[in-house]
Design a protein around this ligand. Structure first.
Ligand SMILES: O=C(O)CCC(=O)C(=O)O
Ligand SMILES: [Fe+2]
Length: 212
């Protein structure tokens, strides 16, 4: 087990839980300890340089497809427990967040599956819902953004759509360093708009099945 001199403090404001409950999505710039997002970017970059990333697929194992026109990122899964201190610390934060979500929503969330994602300039992810057809294990999606100095003109926003009217945009979220987006995996249509620059993130899904 990695050793952390100071356990992470994860503060989740009530407002955030209320938004998630009422709207199905929320965002915050203050959940993850300052500095951790920067260290996670370094870990992602290092693992990318070591060739640990591969093209992302769409759908479940038996029907997996690779289609860069729909989904253009490359990913690197984070194991639990993680041998990397920074993603291990992130998983500790995620566990605290999971406990808070369980206390509030009684979802019985048992673990987080998560990966780093890197979008090259021009790549995006077409509108979709995160819960796979016929399986309901993914309950809450979480994306932590790892981009310094992201400007409004740089694209790559997370676009949230209205579940009742999926052509209607509700919000564009700029993927800036340390920002977290949380949304229901079963109902919230969302897309990554084409990115103007290399775009880094850490994407995860809180699930209610047993870890594999
Ligand atoms: O990176 C994002 O903003 C969202 C990514 C996403 O929708 C996914 O990986 O399923
Ligand atoms: Fe998604």
């Amino acid at each position: 087990m990695p050793f952390f001199p100071v356990p992470p403090i994860v503060h989740i404001p009530d407002r955030l839980l209320e938004d998630l409950e009422h709207d199905g999505w929320t965002m915050s710039d203050d959940i993850i300890p300052a500095g951790l997002a920067h260290r996670l970017l370094s870990e992602g970059r290092q693992r990318w340089q070591q060739g640990q990333f591969h093209a992302a697929t769409i759908g479940r194992t038996s029907t997996q497809q690779h289609n860069a026109a729909i989904r253009g990122d490359t990913i690197c899964w984070i194991d639990e427990p993680s041998p990397y201190p920074d993603s291990a610390e992130f998983l500790q934060c995620a566990a605290l967040l999971r406990q808070t979500l369980n206390r509030h929503f009684f979802l019985g969330l048992r673990h987080l599956e998560c990966h780093f994602a890197r979008y090259e300039p021009g790549a995006g992810y077409a509108r979709h819902i995160d819960q796979h057809k016929n399986t309901g294990f993914r309950k809450i999606s979480m994306v932590l953004y790892l981009n310094q100095d992201w400007q409004p003109g740089d694209g790559g926003e997370l676009c949230i759509y209205d579940p009742d009217e999926p052509d209607r945009e509700v919000r564009r979220i700029i993927p800036k360093m340390g920002r977290i987006a949380l949304f229901r995996s079963d109902t919230i249509p969302h897309a990554v708009l084409p990115s103007g620059k290399t775009r880094w993130s850490l994407t995860g899904w809180f699930r209610n099945d047993t870890p594999f």
